[in-house]
Design a protein around this ligand. Structure first.
Ligand code: 5GP
Ligand code: ZN
Length: 136
């Protein structure tokens, strides 16, 4: 992808603060961190988001995210992390090259992340479950 900023980062055409690299995955500091040590874990090949990324690459991204969480704990004394991915514009994806955020959290950070479950949404859980059963 010629115009993809994260492809350029993987190729070294744009500077990044690399934390980790293997055959499939590249990890680097987010340029606009939510907290110190905010890291992005991405596939080296261009995949837009969770929908088009092969499972073996996603597995490696999660494995690396775990290692990075441990690294943040060991080296920065981070006590908790949020690991999340935005897949699709409506979900808040700004850069359309798959990335998982690993965000250090602390009691003092006052950060508001998360969602509020709606009690009164009048959703029929049974109906939705019947549409969504996934074969193993
Ligand atoms: P999204 O909103 O797509 O889930 O997250 C995109 C993330 O990429 C943002 O947190 C943003 O700060 C980060 N980002 C965007 N451009 C660059 C860049 O050129 N370098 C780095 N290191 N991070 C970037
Ligand atoms: Zn890309």
């Amino acid at each position: 992808m010629e115009d993809c900023i994260f492809c350029k980062i993987v190729k070294g055409e744009i500077l990044s603060h690399k934390i980790y690299e293997d055959d499939l995955v590249y990890a680097f500091l987010d340029v606009k961190p939510v907290s110190p040590g905010h890291i992005l874990v991405i596939p080296k090949d261009h995949h837009e988001n969770i929908f088009d990324c092969p499972e073996n690459i996603l597995s490696q991204i999660i494995k690396v995210s775990k290692k990075i969480a441990q690294l943040l704990k060991d080296k920065l004394g981070v006590e908790a992390v949020n690991i999340f991915n935005n897949s699709g514009g409506v979900a808040g994806q700004d850069v359309f090259h798959l990335h998982f955020h690993v965000v250090p959290r602390s009691k003092k950070d006052n950060m508001k992340m998360g969602f509020i479950g709606k009690k009164d949404l009048n959703i029929n859980l049974e109906e939705i479950k019947n549409k969504l059963v996934l074969e193993s």
